[in-house]
Write a protein of this length. Structure first.
Length: 171
């Protein structure tokens, strides 16, 4: 078993000596990610094909490999997220620039700070996901409405249900 050591909300606010919570992760196990905003019936998934190929979004819960995610320990409290669908060569990353600036997408794994994710407990078994690239003030969130509805992107952290992630073992 690997453990994610997640910092408490106090750590996010900059208080000293944060309490640590831990989440047990099965080595090689896969997890479903959902938000409080859309509920457990909508899971993090990967577009397959078209102009949005490898971009991420929330989609209705199904038994499809794009909704199964692995957390790979990258050291120093950072993790690489990989989908079962695209395999170990593709990592969840953050677009830098263009029409999809700050949107989450799968790209070839490499030594990129946008592929290093921190999972920090926010309370009640919920987590905020941030990257080394954008820092602790930018959290993984869901677009609400418009053409990009349910797509996944980084935005300013706040008390938003779209940034409140549940991480559950896949079934």
């Amino acid at each position: 078993m690997k453990r994610i050591f997640a910092l408490s909300v106090l750590a996010l606010a900059g208080f000293a000596a944060p309490a640590q919570a831990q989440m047990d992760l099965d080595d090689g196990g896969y997890y479903r990610l959902s938000t409080d905003f859309r509920g457990k019936g909508m899971n993090l998934d990967v577009f397959n094909g078209g102009e949005l190929n490898n971009m991420t979004h929330l989609a209705p819960r199904q038994r499809v490999s794009g909704q199964f995610w692995k957390f790979e320990d990258a050291g120093g409290g950072w993790y690489k997220l990989k989908s079962q669908f695209r395999g170990d060569r593709m990592c969840l990353d953050v677009a830098n620039g263009g029409d999809f600036n700050n949107y989450a997408q799968l790209t070839r794994c490499g030594n990129y700070s946008g592929q290093l994710w921190r999972v920090e407990e926010t309370g009640n078994g919920r987590y905020a996901l941030t990257t080394k690239f954008r820092g602790r003030n930018m959290c993984l969130d869901i677009v609400n409405g418009g053409e990009d509805d349910n797509m996944v992107h980084l935005t300013q952290c706040g008390s938003y249900t779209g940034q409140s992630w549940r991480i559950r073992p896949s079934d």
